[in-house]
Design a binder for this molecule. Structure first.
Ligand code: AMP
Length: 399
């Protein structure tokens, strides 16, 4: 997965981003602040990224000629979602334009089976699972994994899409049909205490930097609130950072990466006071990884010295990561399209909260479940930030 070292790209250089959603938009905002140029490629026009970018290229991801012409106009390439066809990385290689993170990392992150195999190879803790390609394999896997379990399509799925829960009385062929009879991963249902994540970055010279571990609360499988930092014991936070470093090194990553964890309840009644800090607590299981900035890292825009988007820009440009020090306790709350169901949200009521920072992504259609924006609140404590954030978000709701 190694790619040749290249001279870092200074301000004035052009970064190409495949995908044109909110992650690309926030990258473009940071890039513009720092004097870089951003070109974005996706089938959409007037997209969240395109509204900020210097240049918006609207074409299909598999349009070979368009992909090549886009790549010729940039100094380095990155992406803001994983499901970019392999054609992109191949064309970039052909044109001598660095792709960061590299094509093989992108390829692994596109598929749960490849991702799980890679994490196991790297010696990292993953949820017990089996790969299944037909109903007879599913029956066998269910016998081994037990109930409840979660069946997830191996290919493209996010925010709980492409998955179904399997209970003792679930008809396996119906479950299999409901996911479109395609290769899947069957995972044991984890009775986690909390969901946590860590965003980390690695520069092309191997410098590693991780943000504090955060807690994520989901509603209907979609991230609702991130609390930074997570209120976890030091052994867990150190372990998360160690696992992130191990994964970044294993992948020889140049870029930003997020690991989502399930944190298991602490069952060690009597902790061994002589146990070394570097020993595994056995409480962290990796649910998913994303080789890019992540929704659970948005708080870094206001809450850290370097935002995760500046970090992406730095690493993609071949520069060393910036400081990941946290400035203040922070909470991020997502704004979903549901907030628009009774008309335009009450922005005036929200902006009466002097400490709340509003981010809107410039999306035209506020569909239920669609991420339209987010709020960040920083305060003296995470509890205070959370209380204020929840009040502010509630003020947006029209009756
Ligand atoms: P995913 O799309 O795999 O990130 O899943 C979305 C959400 O579903 C996770 O953030 C969890 O809240 C829940 N979930 C996914 N897999 C499992 C599992 N094996 N056990 C328990 N909950 C899960």
């Amino acid at each position: 997965m190694a790619h040749p070292r290249q001279t870092p790209l200074p301000p004035g250089s052009t970064i190409g981003v495949f995908g044109s959603g909110q992650l690309g938009r926030m990258l473009a905002i940071e890039a513009r602040r720092m004097g870089y140029r951003i070109h974005t490629f996706s089938p959409e026009r007037n997209s969240p990224t395109g509204q900020i970018a210097d240049f918006e290229y609207a074409a299909a991801y598999d349009d070979t000629a368009a992909v090549r012409s886009f790549i010729r106009g940039v100094d380095a390439l990155t992406f803001e979602f994983e499901n970019v066809p392999s054609l992109v990385a191949e064309t970039a290689e052909d044109e001598g334009v660095p792709v960061r993170p590299s094509g093989p990392i992108l390829h692994a992150a596109q598929n749960r089976q490849r991702e799980k195999s890679l994490l196991s190879q790297a010696g990292l803790p993953v949820t017990p699972h089996r790969f299944v390609t037909d109903t007879s394999e599913l029956k066998e896997a269910v016998n081994e994994i037990g109930f409840p379990a979660i069946l997830k399509t191996a290919a493209f799925g996010y925010d709980g899409k492409g998955q179904t829960r399997i209970e003792r009385d679930t008809r396996l062929d119906s479950a299999w049909n409901s996911l479109g009879r395609q290769p899947c991963v069957l995972e044991a249902f984890v009775n986690f205490e909390r969901e946590l994540s860590i965003v980390a970055a690695r520069g092309q010279n191997g410098d590693f930097a991780a943000y504090p571990l955060v807690e994520n609360r989901h509603v209907n499988h979609i991230l609702d609130v991130t609390i930074a930092p997570a209120d976890e014991e030091p052994a867990v936070t150190q372990e998360a950072e160690r696992l992130a470093c191990q994964l970044c090194d294993f992948l020889e990553l140049t870029g930003v990466l997020c690991i989502e964890f399930f944190c298991l309840p602490d069952t060690s009644a009597d902790k061994d006071p002589t146990a070394s800090e570097s020993q595994s607590t056995g409480r962290l299981l990796i649910n998913e990884i994303a080789p890019r900035p992540h929704n659970s890292g948005h708080w870094t825009i206001e809450g850290a010295v370097t935002s995760q988007f500046e970090q992406q820009l730095r690493t993609v440009s071949g520069l060393a990561p910036g400081s990941t020090d946290q400035l203040r306790p922070a909470v991020m709350l997502n704004l979903l399209g549901d907030l628009w169901q009774n008309g335009e949200p009450d922005w005036q009521a929200l902006l009466a909260f002097s400490n709340v920072k509003l981010h809107l992504y410039g999306k035209h259609e506020p569909r239920p479940g669609r991420k339209m924006g987010h709020l960040t609140v920083t305060a003296a404590t995470t509890a205070e930030a959370l209380e204020m954030g929840l009040q502010a978000r509630a003020a947006l709701q029209r009756d």
